[in-house]
Structures are given as C-alpha cells and as structure tokens.
Design a protein. Sequence first.
Length: 285
Amino acid sequence: MHDNLFTENLKQSTGMRIFLFLLIFLISTLIGVAASALFVFGGDTGMKIGQGLASIFMFVVPPIVYYYITRKENRMQALGLRRLSSPWWLIIVAVALMFVSIPVTTTLTTWNEGMHLGGAFSGIEKWMKELEETAQALTDKMANVDTIGGLLLNLLVIALIPAVGEEMTFRGVLQQSLTRRMNPHIAIILSAAIFSFFHFQFYGFLPRLFLGILLGYMFYITGSLWTSILMHFVNNGASVTLYYLGNIGVIEDAEHWGETQNVWLIVASAVVTLGLIIWSWRKRK
C-alpha cells in the first residue's frame, strides 16, 4: 500500500524524481570515490582500476537503482536497454556517423580551443584553463600505453565503462525525462548540453555538445540505448586506439589526428551528417 502510494507520488512529481535521482547519484558517487581511493597507491594500473570503479558508481549504479525504485517491471527496458524498434541497419548508420562527422568535430575542437574571454572574465578563463590542463594531464597519463594489455585495459576503463554509464545517465534518465515534457529536439539538445557541461572541460564543450546531440538523436530514433552506447564506445575507443598507435610510432600527433582546414571537406561532412540524421529520422517507426 505504502509502496504504491510512493510510486504514484513519484509519477506525479517531477521535483521528487529529480531529488531522488540526485540523492542516489550523490550517495553512489561518494561510495565510488571511497572505493577508488583503495587503489590510489597501486601505480598506473591501480589508478585505472580506481577510475573504472568511480565511473561505475557514478554513472552505472544510479540509473539502475533509480529505475528499480520508480518502476515495478520492465526496468531495464524503461531505462532504454531494449532491442531496436527501428530497422536493425540503422545501427550501421549510427556508427558511420561517428566517422563521417570527424571533420566537423575536429573543426569545433579547434574553434573551442581558440576561445578567449579576457577582460572581466579573465578569472573565469584562468580557472577553465586550469581545469583543462588538469584533465589533459590525466588523459595523457592514462592513455600513455604501448602494450596490447595496456590498450585493452584503457578500452575497458576509458571507452566501455564511460560509454555504458554516461549513456544510461544522460540519455536513459535525463533525455527520456525531458522528452516526456518538451519537444524532443529541445530535450536532445538540452541533455547534450548538460552532458557536455558535466565533464567540466570547457575548451572541449562544443565538440562534446555535438557528440551528445548525435548520440541523443540516434537513441531517440532507434529507441535503444545500445545504439548510443555503441556510438559512444566507438568515439572513445578510437581516441584510445589513436593514442596507442601514436605511442608505438605508427602515427604522428595522435591528439590532432583527423584535423583539416579544407572548407569543402568540412561542409561535406556537415551536410552528410545532417542528411543521415534526417534520413534516419524519417525511417524510424
């Protein structure tokens, strides 16, 4: 009786649902931080294991617990972990988007990195640069591997776990919650903006926003979180692999791989990316 009343109140109150998820998120994150601290003296491998645990508790656990509390049945399907509701080959389009959009993404990265505030915002700009430098130093430290074992561990910790967890949180919980109350286009863009902001890497905000929009549209179009998880993994996994190939001398300057100043290539990338999204939207059931 009381459980039914609690569930009904959750259905009626958006504020209560937000409060519940944030509470679960906070408690789980604190547990994750404590768990990761156990590996702080474990060298690079220990650091990565700790990072993986922190990501699981921060992004994977809260959505599962939240849907377990707010749903009586079909919890994982409600979260978005369901079979495609559209033709299966749309998942091929989704993966292709990650490669077709590279010129757009790298151009947005270049623009974003060239951002300069100055003046009254010089203090904020200094803070943002410090955050960016710290994040980049951590990324370089984690990605600095030259063995297959190190590559596989990075694919797990840097690519797979964040792909699963962040999609469950930002698309499975946030985007779906927003979509129920507003235009789906606005919900997708807003959830992508929050997704990008949450990383606190403001000199990578635009390309991450663009990535979030692609992920959001393909999740909405296919009706399955597995689509955006795969896209997210491909994006992260490509970066991890490029760093590895750079470390073993196969490619040069992995960090800026794929950048181009060819305007026609950038325009073509944007047009094809937009075209694939529109075409997929029309093909969805």
